[in-house]
Design a protein around this ligand. Sequence first.
Ligand code: NAP
Ligand code: GDD
Length: 362
Amino acid sequence: MPRRALITSITGQDGSYLAELLLAKGYEVHGIIRRASSFNTGRLEHLYHDPHDAGARLFLHYGDLGCDEQLTSLIYSVRPEEIYHLGAQSHVKVSFELPQYTGEITGLASLRVLEAVRRSGIRCRVYQASSSEMFGGTPPLQNEESVFHPRSPYGVAKLYGYWMARSYREAYGMFVANGILFNHESPRRGPTFVTRKVTRAVAEIVAGRRQKLYLGNLEARRDWGYAPEYVEGMWRMLQQESAEDFVLGTGEAHSVREMCEAAFAYAGLDWREHVEVDPQYRRPAEVDWLCADASKARRELCWSPAIAFRELLQIMVDADLESIGLRPLGAGQRLLERGFAPWHRWQSSVSAVLAAASSAAH
Ligand code: NAP
Ligand code: GDD
């Protein structure tokens, strides 16, 4: 019997990569998607097989994090050995506009998952998608022992989920691991997060479709890594003997300004000619500087990311050029061919990339 996993919100950046990783490892994967009037499964299409096909191992179920009926019934009927709770309203700026909704979907939904598992009596391992945003105003480096000081409704909601996870671990002996992940990006990153906003703009400027890119705070510093490597870390957390919390990040931080400079320069452009500041993209409270101390993950999970900041941007710019029909510049493509062959694209498998990343980490 294959091992079974349930991913809440499999349609997101991490959900799609994780599904791919688990399928490559032989799992049967069940994922929750929400009903939408247009397709929201673009990140999964290359993986999907008709469930009637013999050998189908990916199954999608409608559900919403605002209500636990589907969670409970899936936990009973699927009886997963591992649950990856990834679903969230994950945009920090949006959380200031929708604080109550964010509390409901990003915070309370974690409790819904934990309570559904507890009531079912099924023994399964749970991954809680916690965030470096919980550190907020705490100066770097941040690790598992750092003080939390969230600075957004999103950060506060994530902190609620984090403590619920710990509370269920302590009160009921459940296996619940918090992955405190720093920013991780990819060609599948949502287009309103800053890295993807920049790499898409670079591609469109190269194509002559636009000239300007409007951003908010250019001085904030983030620790940006490559998402497929982070889902490998999530999986490793659930393979440990006992449940613990782990920080994942590269240990290198850059400002939004440096990120623009590097992404535009890769395409032979001067960012200063194209980027303008628009205050509407600023947040009421900013998180100035996040930078991970991931030494615990290195030591105990043998996890260390191979893709660095500039390489990440090269991968993303190449993918965005390709997605609008231009020839990739090639460094991002060559990098993955050399280190992680074969090159993965929007519509094709990253399993080989993940396998290579996994063996590189050992
Ligand atoms: P993402 O791309 O924004 O994906 C979020 C997922 O949640 C999507 O599948 C989305 O569905 C789903 N969702 C949102 N509201 C829902 C609802 N009411 N009911 C059901 N599903 C709902 O996020 P991500 O970057 O993959 O991140 C995965 C998780 O890790 C999130 O919890 C995020 O907060 C956390 N995290 C991310 C990072 C990062 O840098 N990426 C770092 C730390 C923590 P649709 O596709 O239909 O919108
Ligand atoms: N989105 C966005 N858009 N951010 C901008 C812009 C802009 O136009 N201009 C400047 N920024 C700055 C933000 O103010 C922030 O300091 C930084 O760029 C990164 O913003 P995002 O890419 O939106 O990510 P985030 O750090 O707020 O949140 C992401 O990482 C968290 C982990 O630290 C999300 O993935 C969260 O879900 C995740 O938990």
